[in-house]
Design a protein around this ligand. Structure first.
Ligand SMILES: [Fe+2]
Length: 270
């Protein structure tokens, strides 16, 4: 995904990160510059204290998503959530948990809703970065394409419902493609809400907070979601997740078309 010869781009990103860190009195962030960034893909399964990483350089998604958007989003939003999560977890029983465990455990206890929100945002953003790739977008292939055809009839209907769900969501939140009860579903969550606590398997995440698109699209969320579908989405991420699910690998009983269900009511502060 990343051409090692693009050292200039990487060095510029490092310098930009260093500049921002210096102005915020942060330590240098170890940005991933490896093509596959397996450590980022599986970070949630490892130590809670592992720092957020991206699977590409800040400029790699241009022109679909600007470097400025990714720099500010990664360093001034996810990073802030990560720092707060670590501060709140340090010295507690939560410190030894994985990120996924922390999200699930704290979601069940309203006394820990602040920690839950920050941990969920770290997890949500991890999947969001992986849900995009340079020169991504367009119609899917592989397992996810077959399930989209089974659930939505065709890709065009899926794309229309996906865009409509993003536009219809009120306020900040997230747009998801999830695997639920043996089929694909399009759902949204408010604020830091995450499918991780609802028994769904999240395949694709789209950040609907304005900070995700304001620099590139101002308040035009529909244009942002459309660009995500046409130029950014990584169907490879969805296929990777589906391939790990035995119920998704079995295509002998195709899913019947049916209406998109309402999302269950969120718990505290979502
Ligand atoms: Fe965000």
């Amino acid at each position: 995904m990343h051409d090692p010869s693009e050292s200039d781009s990487f060095m510029k990103n490092c310098q930009l990160a260093a500049d921002i860190n210096a102005s915020w009195n942060w330590r240098m962030i170890p940005l991933s510059h490896h093509p596959t960034s397996e450590c980022a893909v599986h970070r949630q399964e490892e130590s809670l204290m592992n720092e957020p990483q991206m699977p590409y350089n800040f400029a790699d998604l241009e022109p679909a998503m600007s470097r400025d958007t990714l720099v500010f989003h990664f360093l001034r939003h996810q990073r802030v959530c990560y720092d707060r999560m670590v501060t709140l977890s340090r010295g507690t029983e939560f410190e030894a948990l994985s990120l996924e465990e922390l999200v699930r455990v704290t979601e069940r206890n309203p006394a820990h809703h602040v920690l839950y929100r920050h941990a969920a945002e770290v997890w949500n953003h991890d999947l969001y970065w992986r849900s995009m790739r340079p020169r991504g977008g367009g119609a899917p292939a592989g397992l996810v394409a077959q399930h989209i055809a089974a659930r939505f009839g065709n890709y065009e209907r899926f794309a229309r419902e996906f865009r409509d769900a993003g536009s219809a969501h009120f306020g900040s939140g997230w747009l998801w493609l999830v695997w639920r009860a043996g089929t694909l579903e399009i759902v949204t969550t408010s604020n830091a809400g995450t499918p991780l606590v609802r028994g769904d398997t999240a395949l694709i995440a789209v950040d609907l907070w304005e900070h995700a698109y304001y620099l590139d699209h101002q308040n035009r969320r529909a244009a942002y979601v459309n660009t995500f579908l046409e130029e950014l989405i990584s169907w490879e991420e969805a296929n990777r997740a589906l391939a790990s699910l035995p119920t998704a690998r079995d295509l002998r009983a195709p899913t019947r078309l049916r209406a998109t269900p309402e999302l269950p009511s969120p718990r505290h502060g979502q």
